[in-house]
Design a protein around this ligand. Structure first.
Ligand code: SF4
Length: 359
């Protein structure tokens, strides 16, 4: 029997499940996005060595919760289907994070959250777990020493995060939350020897999956320490991690993403994905792409000044899309960016081979 290790298609994309939105876009419609990322907090309590957004400087800026909630109501009405609270900083540093998550769900939008898990205590998870489709903890080592070195924090945080994961899994089980709990490790030379240890810890904590993801250099990041990691020696990890897989737990080794690091071409010449997603930062700015936060060419407006629909149909976004369709060379973009698989899919849709009718 084949075990599907990646049932949530984390190493792929999910746009094929939204044929109507894609069809409207193909017909030239000015569609609203399916998915948006939201940064509730610019501040972070860790300083991970691989942090792609170090250039944003972890400023203590917090999204206005009342304002976001009113925009979420509007976004749900417009057809935004999911939001992920993540971001420039640690989302749980925002004091009203549970309120924003619960409001997203009430607005008809699926909500998810990524966190380093340090502040994920049982009380907080209990207040928002029912509204979350999934929650993913970023934990990048299997021992307190390595964890402290990579997250650049104290060793005690490692045990605290594991205890929080155990508590969250227990609360989810006892309350019958449908929230899928997972964890993620960015594979680095410093933690590769601890991946199997972490897989055992995460499984025993009661989570549903652990993602192993390669690093990719963000072009604006201050750090370039990991720019040239050779992942070839780590590919054998995929087989070794198979032993952790069972009906309740999966290790999702992002082999497809790793193998793409070595490809010469991205498989598409232009970015077609921007109509399908968006990013709202801690200042309330709406961006076309999370790989270009801070780059004014991708800023569509601010939710404090305009409604979401007004921003989405506004002149800044029109000019940005014009720039992206005519001028942006995707070779300049972050390799394996969030929309890479979506772009490959869309590019093939609009540039089909001559044999597609032979289904
Ligand atoms: S980074 Fe990716 S999603 Fe962003 S503009 Fe480039 S190709 Fe598009």
């Amino acid at each position: 029997m084949t075990i599907t290790t990646d049932k949530y298609r984390i190493d792929s994309h999910k746009l094929m499940f939204h044929p109507q939105r894609v069809s409207d876009w193909l017909d030239g419609g000015n569609i609203f996005p399916i998915y948006a990322e939201i940064s509730p907090s610019g501040a972070c309590n860790h300083r991970c060595t691989f942090c792609a957004l170090d250039y944003l400087e972890y400023r203590p800026v917090f999204l206005d919760a009342a304002l976001l909630k009113s925009r979420l109501t509007e976004m749900g009405r417009l057809g935004v289907k999911s939001v992920m609270f993540c971001g420039e900083g640690e989302p749980l540093l925002h004091r009203e994070i549970d309120d924003m998550v619960n409001h997203a769900k009430e607005a008809g939008i699926d909500a998810a959250l990524t966190t380093n898990g340090v502040l994920l205590n049982g009380e907080l998870f209990g207040k928002m777990g029912e509204s979350l489709s999934w929650l993913k903890v970023s934990i990048n080592a299997g021992t307190p020493e390595t964890y402290a070195a990579i997250h650049r924090t104290k060793e005690a945080d490692f045990d605290r995060v594991i205890e929080n994961m155990i508590q969250a899994a227990k609360i989810a089980r006892e309350n019958d939350f449908s929230c899928t709990l997972g964890a993620q490790l960015i594979l680095l030379p410093e933690n590769a020897h601890e991946v199997e240890t972490l897989a055992g810890i995460v499984r025993d904590a009661g989570l549903s999956y652990l993602v192993i993801k390669p690093y990719s250099q963000h072009l604006k990041s201050l750090t370039t320490t990991y720019e040239h990691i050779d992942y070839e020696p780590y590919l054998s990890l995929a087989d070794r991690l198979n032993r952790f897989n069972d009906d309740d737990f999966r290790v999702i080794f992002r082999q497809n993403t790793i193998l793409k690091l070595g490809q010469q071409s991205r498989g598409y010449d232009r970015c077609l994905a921007l109509p399908f997603w968006s990013h709202i930062d801690s200042h309330g700015n709406v961006w076309g792409c999370s790989a270009y936060l801070g780059d004014e060419r991708f800023c569509y407006g601010n939710i404090g000044e305009q409604g979401f629909a007004e921003i989405w149909h506004g002149s800044l976004r029109r000019a940005s899309l014009e720039y992206v369709s005519k001028c942006l060379d995707v070779a300049e973009c972050r390799v394996n960016c969030r929309m890479d698989e979506v772009n490959r899919y869309l590019w093939e849709l609009v540039h089909p081979s001559g044999h597609v009718n032979f289904i």
